[in-house]
Design a protein around this ligand. Structure first.
Ligand code: ZN
Ligand code: ZN
Length: 130
């Protein structure tokens, strides 16, 4: 069980499962979307992801025909991404989770395209791309 919220607190959600497939992605797309060195995202089944408030305060950014990203229209916090061809899963941004995350991070990906100032200092497996 996890809870999460955006920076302004309008968007609040609850997750009733362990988060799976937790990956730190260093690709240029994730860097731009988050404004950071890398994105740390994980999967939950959409049926186990529930908004407690603020669902109507989301803005959808259609990145392409298949992928949409949702962010809080008040504070800009990135909340989640969804794929049209895989609606059963929601990809959530771990930085929004307010309780402790015990689940392990699986890997770093797109390490070959990371920013030159991004120094990886852990023993989690690294992949050049996927
Ligand atoms: Zn917000
Ligand atoms: Zn990425």
């Amino acid at each position: 069980m996890h809870q999460g919220e955006c920076l302004c607190g309008k968007v609040k959600f609850q997750i009733t499962q362990k988060i799976t497939d937790i990956i730190m992605c260093h690709c240029s797309e994730c860097r731009r979307v988050q404004g950071t060195a890398f994105a740390t995202n994980g999967n939950v089944e959409s049926k186990n992801f529930k908004f407690l408030s603020g669902e109507n305060n989301l803005t959808e950014f259609r990145e392409n025909d298949n992928k949409s990203r949702f962010f809080c229209q008040s504070c800009g916090s990135p909340i989640m991404a969804q794929l049209k061809n895989n609606p059963d899963y929601t990809r959530i941004r771990l930085g929004l989770i307010t309780n402790e995350i015990e689940e392990a991070i699986e890997k770093h990906i797109f390490v070959d395209s990371k920013a030159n100032w991004d120094v990886i200092c852990d023993d989690i497996p690294q992949h050049k791309e996927w």
